[in-house]
Ligand binder design. Structure first.
Ligand SMILES: [Zn+2]
Ligand SMILES: [Zn+2]
Length: 574
């Protein structure tokens, strides 16, 4: 899959062009990069299917960018990028990517203080040199240091939406090597944690491991072989702008379950299990569960849990946050599953910033097997996203009525992602809102308000009786934007009392609410709704990540609004 590599090139081109004061182009390149990065289908497949024209169907990709994409797919490079790259120092690009700084200020720091690396920037900020520049304040200095900290953390941890496909691709590739009997993803990827440090893979081999190890260190994208042995190899893999370490361990058949348990973690969960084993006069390690010298479990993971006196615990729950105690008395939640989702209620179309038509989206949802799909384009104040003004949403009402007659076998609901304006009012009047099946309210601006202001703003919006879902409730973007400050406990209560669902936004960059808040919401008795916020047909597949967040938050089917069938949903929306 070359998506991330191509996206990285376009991000870089945007930055360099900005440095050269080129107008508009940087925005276009960034939009294209974001789009390609979050495409769940390999871009080479898109190209194979329909060449340049198919590429141009991806959101944000026009002819010029489609041609550069083609050039990369055919030649492995983009000539214009090679030309541009020669024009800037290396460290400067990293500085331009810092949150709260941006290319323009980065360039000034470069010109006025000769800052050309993150380290130099950190030093200057610590010494108070930046605050002295015109247009910079002490606060910007603090923000810079905070962003540097985030970048350093972000370097270590990669979005699940990036890591999981990489892990699966590797497993798929190694599965076919001769002698591989069993191969599993372990670690934080198996627990579906929102960001991933490294990828752990375990394999059971018949015969010698040489062949699989040879293939492993020669995988596409390997930039560095950290270790290569008979039992364990470690490599660094680069996918676009991401570098990730992947470890492969060879495990004996009768220890495979114990090793899978051990290497899945997390650490606190494992410590607790080991303590429990000791208390029962046993010993637990990566080779098995032992009584004296005798192994009493180890081949299968389920055995290990059962011999310790508890139900098998789904990996998503393994955090030592009560799951062990619950498993011992058979009180684990029956976690929600992807197959229980009946529809997606947050989906954009080509009426705002999506790429597919309403009809295409509806047909794609039908193909997944959904009972319903909720079309929810942006409201009028989202000008960059081509939000719909009153006239266009009237037209959309007509259009959807038309499509309902044409597309059978799936219910099409008409909603809208209505922006919450800074004063807490909604972007449309009630005369429009009442004509929709449901309203999703969302904050898209002024993220830096105080906690009180933001809480007041959202609270006011939730008082509108047509609001049924609160989208991406904290506004965070993983590794890019911190959540805004808001009194979530208050919001959980209001949503519960007013029967408003809080969204688990499954878009890989968002995962908002996160697992911790989801569990809290569930404990409050607040309804949740897992949506993809799709901007293209293949984004509908992101549902899997939202399900992971819900499972990590201990949610069952009954906690999730869109596990309801169409009839029950309509009653709930009434
Ligand atoms: Zn939104
Ligand atoms: Zn949206």
């Amino acid at each position: 899959m070359k998506n991330l590599e191509i996206a990285a090139i376009f991000y870089a081109m945007a930055d360099i062009l900005e440095l050269q004061n080129v107008q508009w182009k940087p925005i276009a390149y960034r939009k294209a990069a974001r789009s390609i990065e979050t495409l769940s289908e390999p871009i080479e497949e898109v190209y194979k299917r329909g060449g340049i024209n198919a590429l141009m169907e991806i959101p944000g990709i026009g002819e010029a960018i489609a041609k550069k994409t083609e050039e990369y797919l055919l030649t492995g490079r983009v000539a214009e990028y090679e030309r541009l790259k020669k024009k800037i120092p290396k460290g400067l690009r990293e500085i331009m990517e810092l949150q709260g700084l941006g290319p323009k200020k980065a360039i000034r720091l470069y010109k006025e203080l000769k800052i050309d690396s993150i380290d130099a920037l950190e030093k200057a900020a610590r010494e108070g040199k930046i605050a002295k520049l015109e247009g910079f304040k002490e606060k910007s200095e603090k923000n810079i240091l905070k962003s540097i900290e985030m970048i350093k953390k972000g370097k270590e941890r990669i979005m699940l939406g990036v890591a999981l496909p990489i892990a699966r691709e590797i497993v798929q590739e190694l599965k076919n090597v001769k002698g591989v009997k069993r191969i599993e993803i372990a670690g934080s990827v198996r627990r579906m944690v929102e960001t991933i440090g490294d990828i752990d893979i375990l394999a059971e081999i018949e015969g010698h491991s040489k062949e699989v190890m040879d293939r492993f260190v020669a995988l596409q994208g390997v930039t560095n072989i950290l270790a290569k042995g008979e039992k364990k190899s470690m490599v660094m893999i680069r996918k676009g702008k991401y570098d990730i370490q992947v470890d492969l361990r060879i495990i004996e058949s009768n220890s495979f379950g114990a090793a899978l348990q051990y290497f899945t973690g997390n650490k606190e969960h494992n410590i607790e299990l080991r303590k429990l084993a000791i208390a029962k006069g046993m010993k637990l390690n990566e080779y098995g569960l032992f009584k004296g010298d005798k192994q009493i479990a180890g081949k299968e993971e389920r055995e290990v849990y059962s011999k310790l006196g508890m139900e098998w615990i789904p990996p998503e729950l393994r955090e030592n946050k009560g799951e062990i105690q619950a498993a011992m008395i058979n009180k684990l939640p029956e976690l929600v599953e992807l197959s229980q989702i009946k529809g997606d209620l947050h989906v954009h179309t080509d009426w705002s910033e999506g790429t597919a038509s309403i009809e295409e989206m509806a047909n794609a949802a039908k193909k997944i097997g959904y009972e319903y799909i909720g079309i929810s384009d942006h409201s009028k104040s989202e000008r960059i996203a081509n939000g719909l003004d009153e006239k266009r949403i009237e037209q959309q009402i007509e259009a959807i009525n038309e499509i309902r007659r044409k597309v059978k076998g799936i219910k099409i609901l008409h909603g809208s992602e209505v922006s919450i304006l800074p004063d807490g009012s909604l972007d449309y009047g009630d005369d429009i809102l009442k004509r929709l099946d449901y309203v999703i309210a969302a904050v898209h601006s002024r993220f830096k308000s105080s906690k009180e202001e933001m809480t007041k703003r959202i609270t006011k919006a939730l008082e509108n009786k047509y609001v049924k879902i609160l989208a991406h409730p904290t506004g965070r973007l993983i590794n890019e934007r911190m959540p805004y400050e808001v009194d979530l406990d208050r919001i959980f209560e209001i949503c519960r009392d007013r029967r408003i669902a809080m969204e688990i936004n499954s878009f890989p960059l968002r995962l908002d609410l996160n697992d911790v808040y989801v569990r809290k919401a569930r404990d409050y008795g607040t309804m949740l709704c897992i949506n993809t916020d799709s901007h293209a047909i293949d984004h509908l597949g992101y549902m899997e990540y939202g399900i992971a967040v819900a499972r990590r938050g201990w949610c069952e089917r009954k906690n999730i609004l869109n596990c309801m069938g169409h009839e029950d949903l309509m009653k709930w929306l009434e």
